[in-house]
Design a protein around this ligand. Structure first.
Ligand code: ZN
Length: 385
């Protein structure tokens, strides 16, 4: 009953709080007060969890031959292990970053209303129209609300102003009290204040739920984490199914406004075992996900560069994102991307990026319900795409 009263209470204050907070775009605040034990960098023994049966469904496009699709250069036969960087670097990147007042006022960041307010239905899961794909999760918020991540603080970035801590998940912003759903079947392995286990002790998450899913990925366990909840509606050990209500959106922990911080973790239930949720949450109908890698000619990834997406139909820039900042976040085991753009309407696009005089560009046709890999090629200085 206490929990039920809590729900009612937060639902009531939700409407009031939402009005007060809607003008403030929420993001996580730096994890300055958290301790990340070095155990986070140890690798666990292999999980016995079997892979999910890959259900490769053909895309709803003409001639969907998988062999015609551009693939990243990474070999399937020797998949990349997540490569944790030295603990000193990790710890410094996280703990040494002081709270930044500009990060507390993200309302000043560029708005992206088209994407943040647009929530059409997602495609049914599991969805894998490319052999590398694993769109096995529904969105943790229904399409009646905003259910895409904040574009100005994508996974792997430090935010548009580059003043936030590196983002290990995505932020789905909604008023306090909006329902948060499990993205797939599984078992609740954590519910409580912060997140504390053998790998980490993070209080900044506020009220948090972690689910270990029944499916595995390449022999590894898969977890999802839901943070900053106003109410928790499940208990550890509970078996839950996809779409089940597990909590309510809130603003607990270190946040600047109400949202759910959502992470996907593979192999270990660790802050350093995250993957990009954009590659796990089924795209909206009529859209696909763009993934790519901006790298220097010697193969080093180009960190924290803006990537612009231009529609070939309109000639307009429809989206801007950032390449991964480098420390502590992982690329997909097979795609090896360092940026993604989710929920891109099908069509022809040009992507560009630059670092000083070095310019990259790539062309892509976005197909529905799948990852669309774009080859970002160096064009050199001064050349126009
Ligand atoms: Zn977040």
């Amino acid at each position: 009953m206490t929990r039920l009263r809590g729900v009612v209470f937060f639902a009531l204050i939700g409407a009031v709080t939402a009005l007060a907070l809607l003008s403030r775009l929420p993001v996580d605040s730096p994890l300055s007060s958290d301790t990340i034990p070095l155990a986070a960098f140890e690798t666990s023994s292999a999980s016995p969890i079997p892979d999910r049966q890959l259900e490769v469904t053909p895309p709803i496009v003409d001639n969907p031959e998988a062999t015609s699709l551009p693939l990243p250069t990474l070999s399937v036969a020797s998949p990349a292990e997540p490569t944790p960087v030295p603990p000193v670097v990790e710890a410094a990147a996280l703990l040494g970053q002081p709270p930044d007042s500009s990060g507390e006022n993200p309302a000043s960041l560029p708005a992206t209303p088209a994407a943040e307010g647009w929530s059409p239905p997602s495609l049914p899961v599991p969805l894998a129209r490319h052999p590398y794909d694993h769109y096995w999760f529904i969105r943790p918020v229904t399409s009646a609300h905003v259910n895409s991540g904040l574009i100005r603080y994508p996974y792997g970035s430090t935010g548009t102003n580059k003043d936030l801590r590196i983002h290990h998940g995505i932020d789905i912003a909604n008023p306090v009290g909006v329902e948060v759903l499990a993205v797939a079947d599984g078992t609740v392995v954590w519910s409580g204040r912060g997140h504390h286990n053998q790998y980490e002790s993070i209080t900044a998450f506020g009220n948090t739920v972690v689910v270990q899913h029944n499916l595995g990925y390449r022999g590894k366990a898969v977890y999802t984490l839901y943070a900053h909840l106003s109410a928790i509606l499940v208990e550890p050990g509970e078996q839950i199914s996809a779409g089940q209500l597990i909590g309510l959106i809130g603003a607990t922990g270190q946040v600047s406004g109400p949202h759910v911080h959502f992470e996907v973790r593979v192999d270990r239930n660790s802050y350093y075992a995250v993957r990009n949720p954009d590659l796990w949450l089924a795209p909206y109908a009529g859209t696909g996900v763009i993934a790519g890698r901006v790298e220097f000619p010697d193969g080093r990834p180009a960190d924290e560069l803006e990537v612009r997406l231009v529609s070939r139909n309109t000639g307009r820039t429809t989206h801007r994102t950032l390449t991964y900042a480098g420390f502590g976040v992982n690329s997909d085991d097979l795609w090896n991307e360092n940026f993604t753009i989710p929920d891109v309407p099908v069509g022809q696009y040009l992507l560009t990026s630059h670092f000083g005089a070095i310019r990259w560009s790539g062309e892509i046709e976005v197909r529905e319900g799948m990852t669309n890999w774009v080859e970002m090629e160096v064009r050199g200085a001064g050349s126009s795409p």
